[in-house]
Each structure stands twice: as C-alpha cells, then as structure tokens.
Design a protein. Structure first.
Ligand code: VG1
Ligand code: CO
Length: 543
C-alpha cells in the first residue's frame, strides 16, 4: 500500500493545555483536525526508524476512529512497531507502564480525562515521552508552533485493522500488536503491593465500593480487585467503559461521584469507597462517612509509605503542585525528606522522578502517583490505601485524623467558576496581577496579607522556567488563596480558587471545611471581584 501525502490547512487553535490538546468532539471531527495535530507531533519528533509507539485511549466517543487514523500515520512516519490496547483501550497510567516496560520511544494517549464524553462531549490527545510521562513544555510548545505551519499529512491508505483480537498484523511494514490493556499494569501492581495481605483483608469481610464512573478504570479495577484480590463481585460498579460514560461526568470528586458518596454515608456503608476518572489517572478515596481531601491523601501516603512493600526503603522526597495543600510538606519535614512545589500538571513531576529526587507526587485535583510510572495513577492510589488499611489495621478516617493530630489540619477547598467568558476571566486575572505589589502589608476583609505573587517555577533538574502559574496571596497566619485559570476546559474559561488554612487546634478539626474557610472566601471575592466581574454568586463546583 502506498504512503500518501495529502494537502491540509493549519488550524490556529491546537495549543496543548495542562494535559494535551482537548477540544469538543465536533472540533476534532473537522477535516484533518486530528491529522494536523498528529502530523505536527510527528514532524517535531525524530526519525521513527526502529522505534516503538504505544497507543490507546479511554474508550470515549471518537477513540476508535482516532486510533485507526493514528495507526496509518504512524506507518507513514516509519515506526517499526505500535502497541495498541485491545479495543483501543489503555488507561493513562497503563500507557505509562507499557512505555516503560517495553522500552517504547513514547506513546499517544487519547483522552480528555475528566471532561464529559459522547458526540457532544470532549476528546483529547496527549503525547508521552520515553520515560512514560507527559511531554514537557519544550515539546508541546514545538508541536503547537508546527501545527500552525503544517501543510501536508503523510499517511497510509491501509484499511482499518481489527482492534478487538489480540495479536500482530502489519500496516505497510509496521507491526501492530494488539495487547491486553491490563496485563502489564497488573504485573507492576503485584510488585508494589502486598497482595496477600490485601487478599486476607477482603477475606476477612472488608468491604470496598469502587466506582469506575463508566470509564476506563473499570477493566483494571475488576481484573485486579475482583479477579486477583478476592473482592466480591460487584465491588466495582459502573465498571464497563462507555463511549459517553453513561452521561456521567467522570471526575471523581464528591460532587460528580455523588452516588458513591451517598453509599458511603448510608447506614450500611462499606469500609472504603473509591472512584477514578475518565482515563483512570485520578482517584478519590472515601472512608465510611468520611471524605478524604486529596491533599491529605498524599500526606497520609507519604507518612506511611514504608508499610507498603514497594516503598519499604523509604521515600526520597515528595512533590506537590503549587495549589495543593501543605500537608505533604509537613510530613516531608518530619521525615527529613525534601518537598518540591511545582506548577499544576503532571508533566512537571517527570524530571524530579527521573532524577530520584522524589518518590511520591500529588495534586489537589484528586491525582496521586509515584516513581512506578510517570503519570498519576488512580487504581494504584486505591491499592496503596487498601494496603495501608491492611498493614495498619486502621480505618481510612483514623489514618487521616492521626495525620491532623500529628501535623495540624490543612483545611482545604477548591472553588471552580466554570464557563466564564474568556475576556472576563482575563480581566479578573489582570486585576489581580495589578494588585500584587500593593497587597502585602494590607488588611483585606479582615485578613492580614503577608505576600502576593505570581507563581514561577524553575525546574531544578533542567533549569527550564515556567511563569504565570497562579496568583498566590499568603496571609500572616500561613493561610493562602490561589487563583488560576484552568488549562483543560473546553468552554470559555474556568477560574479555580484554592483556599487553605492550617488549623493546629485539634478541638477545631471537626469544623466543616467550607465554614472554616469563610474568611478566605470573603478575601478572595474582595481582591478578585469575582461576583462583580463574573456575575456569579456561587462557585459552579466546590470540592
Ligand atoms: C486540571 C487539574 C490538574 C490536572 C489536570 C489534568 O488542570 O487542576 O491538577 O493535572 O487537570 O488532569 P486545570 O488546568 O484544568 O486546572 V486529568 O486527570 O484531567 O488529565
Ligand atoms: Co485524568
């Protein structure tokens, strides 16, 4: 079959955001929209002769079409081999695991992660490099630049291949191997966790409810929890990946996973609840009638890591994204290991992990992970927690309350204002930036401001800098408010306001977070004029 060169016209809007290029399916379905982006990527990457590419996605609408298109283009690029998940399915952490285990040169993840799916929903594409992690900004910037110039698509005219049967075929001399999406990942989990102890825990009657939100986490959770660890059938709910996630918003937080929360607060609640997102890299952990904040989750994992076989030797350090609470910093300090603060997005953790500066990483947005892959990993985090429960004999709630007793509670919440007209969101951020010099030393809404800045990061490994990563306002008592605009949304702009207050007084740990954070909410509105500029009285989502 010949390789074809097809003319194309560049699109101006193919700038990757926090995690790849995400757009409405209707945008991706435009003529050669996907092809242009993939061509821009392939133009930026070196010669593919002899190299292996990993390919898979979260199964959402358009996944299968995109897989076939990319296979044909990969053949034209000259890859020796593509490993594609059966049915076109691979979770984000599984792509990372497969790249690392097979020595592939990189991988393409087809997902818009936590964004809704279906014909009217979102689609996304992301490139991961040879370490298994998201491409750094140097690459994503180059791809964007190239996408504005791309005039030719190189592809094969080979017919679609079957994605449903395991085995190898070829497209124009390129081998395509359809792999079991779970096998390699499960192998890695067996190495990290005490499967025997977890089996005993389930055998003793421990009850878990894992809500895969009709997304890609289902097959992984079913195979490992029910298949290997003896969790009863039905432990994993919403476990079959659906093209539209059954209408669910596969973002595992108490608002979108309300059904799980209802079960966890019922009279006969299971011992532990968990959920993962569209591409299974996020996790929410819930105790019986007790919601765990993702920032606390990272801190608990760091504090008890040595209870888990894969981390028995201790952790080298911890990294968290800037808006994530400082709970992990406090644990790291007590352990005598460093804690790094990075911009939002997993791509900033890659260098720290590669250089062995950190072992555990986390974000406030329900993402936790470790050096086992170069992505956040939903099921891994859930297995980590189950392993902690098994090894300590303590409940999820007790593990978190002990963290608060030892280090104080970092009371935390994120308020999202969604679908703001972009010009208004820009006005709001510009207004904040204009006040940075004058805010320190003043008192606003009863809060004494110590500092105000726009977070900038210099990567300690390669020296690359990233600026304008979020406005921070810090108070004299250590509380802080952070403002940034989302880089994953596809409708207008989303303002994220992150609120954190440290409460050392144990008698006040029971105060509900939204109540305890009210003074900071007032401060945020006073400095950013959120209600005036957006016309919104309330956040769209509070987590
Ligand atoms: C959000 C989260 C961020 C996360 C990113 C990708 O980005 O805040 O912490 O890394 O999503 O997660 P933003 O720019 O919208 O705030 V995933 O699971 O959607 O790939
Ligand atoms: Co995700």
């Amino acid at each position: 079959m010949p390789i074809l060169t097809l003319p194309t016209t560049p699109y101006p809007d193919q700038k990757p955001g926090t995690s790849g290029l995400r757009k409405k399916v209707t945008v991706f379905a435009q003529k050669r929209y996907l092809e242009n982006f993939v061509q821009a990527l392939f133009d930026v990457l070196p010669d593919a002769k002899g190299l292996t590419l990993v390919l898979g996605g979260d199964g959402r609408f358009y996944n299968r079409v995109a897989v076939q298109t990319i296979l044909r283009m990969a053949a034209a690029k000259g890859y020796a081999r593509v490993l594609v998940g059966q049915g076109g399915i691979l979770s984000t952490p599984a792509v990372s695991a497969v790249i690392r285990a097979t020595g592939a040169s990189g991988g393409i993840v087809l997902s818009a992660s936590h964004n809704p799916g279906g014909p009217d929903g979102d689609f996304g594409i992301k490139y991961n490099i040879a370490n298994g992690g998201p491409a750094p900004e140097k690459i994503t910037d180059a791809v964007f630049a190239r996408s504005k110039e791309v005039r030719e698509i190189r592809t094969s005219d080979h017919a679609d291949i079957s994605l449903d049967v395991l085995g190898t075929t070829t497209i124009d001399g390129m081998e395509v191997t359809v792999i079991d999406p779970v096998a390699q990942y499960a192998e890695l989990m067996r190495k990290l966790f005490d499967f025997d102890a977890i089996r005993k825990l389930f055998a003793s009657g421990f009850r878990l409810r894992y809500d895969a939100m009709n997304a890609v986490g289902g097959p992984y959770a079913k195979a490992i929890l029910e298949g290997e660890l003896g969790a009863p059938a039905g432990t994993v709910v919403n476990g079959t990946p659906l093209e539209d996630f059954g209408g669910l918003h596969p973002d595992p937080n108490p608002v979108n996973a309300e059904d799980l929360i209802a079960h966890m607060f019922a009279a006969d609640a299971p011992d532990m609840g968990a959920a993962s997102d569209g591409d299974a890299d996020r996790n929410m952990v819930v105790g019986r009638r007790f919601v765990v904040s993702p920032s606390d989750s990272l801190a608990v994992m760091a504090a008890h890591a040595t209870l888990v076989p894969g981390y028995r030797a201790g952790i080298a350090g911890v990294a968290r994204s800037m808006p994530t609470s400082t709970a992990a910093d406090r644990v790291a300090k007590a352990l005598g290991v460093p804690c790094f603060e990075t911009p939002t997005g997993w791509k900033f953790f890659g260098n720290l992990l590669d250089a062995d500066k950190v072992t555990l990483c986390g974000e406030e947005s329900y993402g936790t992970g470790s050096s086992h892959v170069r992505e956040k990993d939903g099921l891994w985090a859930v297995l980590f927690w189950i392993n902690l429960v098994a090894a300590s004999g303590k409940s999820v709630e007790t593990l978190v309350r002990e963290l608060w007793t030892a280090h104080g509670r970092c009371v935390y919440s994120r308020h999202d204002y969604e679908a703001i007209p972009t010009d208004k969101a820009d006005t709001l951020m510009a207004g904040l930036r204009a006040q940075l010099a004058t805010l320190p030393g003043t008192t606003v809404a009863g809060c004494d401001i110590a500092f105000a800045d726009d977070f900038a990061y210099t990567d300690p490994v390669d020296g690359n800098t990233s600026s304008k990563q979020g406005i921070r306002i810090g108070l004299k008592d250590g509380s802080r408010v952070v403002f940034r605009l989302s880089g994953t949304g596809t409708e207008g702009a989303t303002l994220r306001v992150y609120l954190e207050r440290h409460e050392p007084d144990a008698s006040r740990h029971y105060i509900e977070a939204q109540t305890a954070l009210q003074p900071l909410v007032q401060l945020a509105d006073a400095v950013a004029q959120i209600r005036v500029i957006t016309g919104m009285d309330q956040p769209s989502v509070m987590t």
